[in-house]
Design a protein around this ligand. Structure first.
Ligand code: FES
Ligand code: FES
Length: 184
């Protein structure tokens, strides 16, 4: 079956098998920023914008998206000109394996579109169905709050402005939290 879509600004016709979901079809056509973590609509990795709404693409039949405008994480910015949310994730060291990050960034952009000055609790609630096994969520939450500030025209609150660490910790000095969910 052929489906007409506008994906990241380009009108295209994609072929979809009867058993395919939208995430599979997008990935088959090269939109690999759409991740498949659970295929059950519970991990958030496959989030995309469909006509401006955040949807888990793995839970959507391609037929349902026929005629829609899809935006994946790749449409938010370019390598040289990242979206402020993408840049804040980089600067705040909020990315570890990266698998959950496209879905998390899509959700964060949607949050900041509707609420430019969220509290930490509102950020945590917004990201609550984006499952991350690596970061412990602290760094992504900080990144979203930082992005919100940047988008309001405030200065970055990234701890070091995104600069590389100056060196390994000295004896007796804490390495600080890597965001990986340890107790430190
Ligand atoms: S793969 Fe779609 S929500 Fe997990
Ligand atoms: S960074 Fe690895 S799953 Fe989130």
């Amino acid at each position: 079956m052929d489906i007409e879509l506008t994906i990241n600004g380009e009108r295209t016709t994609v072929e979809a098998g009867s058993a395919d979901d939208l995430a599979t079809v997008l990935r088959q056509h090269g939109y690999i920023g759409v991740k498949c973590g659970c295929d059950g609509g519970t991990c958030g990795a496959s989030k995309v914008f469909v006509d401006g709404e955040v949807r888990m693409a793995c839970g959507m039949a391609p037929r349902e998206a026929d005629g829609s405008e899809i935006r994946t994480v790749a449409a938010l910015g370019t390598q040289d000109d990242l979206h402020p949310v993408q840049q804040a994730f980089v600067d705040n060291f909020a990315v570890q394996c990266g698998f959950c990050i496209p879905g998390m960034i899509i959700q964060a952009v949607a949050l900041l579109d509707s609420n430019p000055d969220p509290s930490e609790r509102e950020v945590r609630e917004a990201l609550s169905d984006n499952v991350c096994r690596c970061t412990g969520y602290q760094k992504p939450v900080e990144a979203v709050l930082d992005a919100a500030g940047r988008m309001r025209g405030e200065q970055s609150v990234a701890a070091d402005g995104g600069q590389p660490a100056s060196g390994p910790p000295q004896p007796g000095e804490s390495a600080g939290c890597c965001g990986g969910g340890c107790d430190e």
